[in-house]
Design a binder for this molecule. Structure first.
Ligand code: GLY
Length: 373
């Protein structure tokens, strides 16, 4: 029964027990029950878009997830209900409906989820036409023996599962931004492929510099992880991926161990930012593994960032000081309910605890943003 209580109820029940025990003179005898007060403080953490009001609503992703979780809903169901707010927001150009499209102007979405207690996972990649890829990833987890379904197969699967398939997930905003990207990248249409790749990247970054795209939306994504008072841990990552990507490009978000990893009782880690860096180093798995060895979520995240920095030697990916010229952010929590946001460069992350939702500063590997070459 006790473990069905949320923390607030638990604290109230514990306090009542102490007061009652003190009044009856049996405080000492009651003491072992207080061991339960070491129960896990529930928490939901996410990327900063997890604590913004969306679609004119008055509840954010982390608040919705936290409320559902502490009212007894399954942790993963709660987290997915939270990220659905962001996926369905036409103005969030990093996730779901209205996410920035690929180089051909097609919105292709990636998502993965992991359920700690059930030890199950599901993911989709390059999914077109479904606004909420997180729910399709959860279906993959729930009804198949597989962990990842991609492309047309993912869309056919979603159709069979009853999801509405739309012709185009662009909004007028994402379409206009794509047109602007085309204008900046392809004046002569097909360049030398290497030059074209870099031209595309630079054009995207110049649109960030000009304020047309939110700096965190170039690589897109929301990651949201939670632990309830029973210590059950789950996580979800969902994204439209890198803006203007080569069609078919898959980032870290749907790859278990890269953009998300969960091990029940040990911890969860997920990421936003340059997915290629996490694919190379399986950063989320690394962070959870480091937490298993006793590292605090902050130290584990900073270690993963250090490894990314050490592995980044291509000049095109380095700034004038030889540091990575891209952002990567980790959202990590451990089985004790300790948590941290860590990043290559300073930014914010979202948290919801009993005190409510808030944005906090990440611990950054570098205190200053990249310097241009
Ligand atoms: N982290 C999102 C992506 O690179 O696709």
């Amino acid at each position: 029964m006790t473990n069905k209580l949320n923390r607030r109820e638990f604290m109230a029940a514990s306090t009542a027990a102490i007061v009652g025990a003190a009044a009856s003179g049996t405080l000492k005898a009651q003491a072992p029950a207080l061991a339960v007060s070491k129960g896990i403080p529930p928490v939901v953490i996410a990327s900063s878009n997890g604590h913004q009001f969306k679609n004119g609503g008055d509840v954010t992703c982390v608040e919705r997830a936290f409320r559902m979780m502490t009212e007894g809903s399954d942790v993963l169901d709660s987290l997915i209900a939270g990220v659905n707010i962001v996926e369905l927001d036409p103005l969030d150009s990093s996730v779901g409906y209205g996410g920035l499209p690929n180089a051909d102007g097609v919105v292709q979405l990636d998502s993965s989820c992991m359920h700690g207690p059930k030890k199950r996972a599901g993911a989709v990649a390059c999914l077109e036409g479904v606004r909420t890829p997180s729910l399709v990833a959860q279906k993959v987890m729930d009804v198949t023996d597989h962990h990842l379904i991609v492309g047309k197969g993912a869309q056919d699967f979603a159709r069979l599962m009853g999801f509405k398939i739309e012709d185009d997930l662009n909004t007028s905003k994402s379409r206009q931004l794509w047109m602007e990207w085309k204008r900046r990248t392809d004046p002569e249409h097909w360049l030398d492929p290497d030059k074209r790749l870099m031209a595309g990247y630079r054009a995207g970054m110049s649109m960030v510099a000009d304020g047309l795209i939110d700096r965190d939306h170039h690589f897109g994504t929301i990651n949201c992880n939670g632990i309830n008072s029973k210590g059950e841990i789950c996580g979800i990552t969902t994204t439209s991926g890198l803006a203007w990507k080569i069609p078919g490009r898959v980032g870290d978000s749907p790859i278990l161990g890269a953009g998300l990893y969960v091990e029940d009782r040990v911890g969860a880690a997920g990421s936003t930012g340059r997915g290629e860096a996490n694919l190379y180093g399986l950063s989320s798995f690394l962070i959870v593994e480091l937490m298993r060895q006793g590292r605090h979520p902050k130290d584990a995240g900073l270690e993963a960032l250090r490894r990314i920095a050490n592995n980044t030697i291509d000049k095109r990916l380095c700034d004038a000081m030889g540091r990575p010229n891209f952002q990567v952010i980790f959202y990590s929590l451990n089985g004790k309910g300790e948590y941290a946001g860590t990043s290559m460069f300073p930014t914010k992350y979202a948290v919801c605890t009993e005190k409510g939702g808030q944005l906090l500063d990440t611990a950054a590997l570098y205190s200053e943003w990249p310097r241009r070459n």
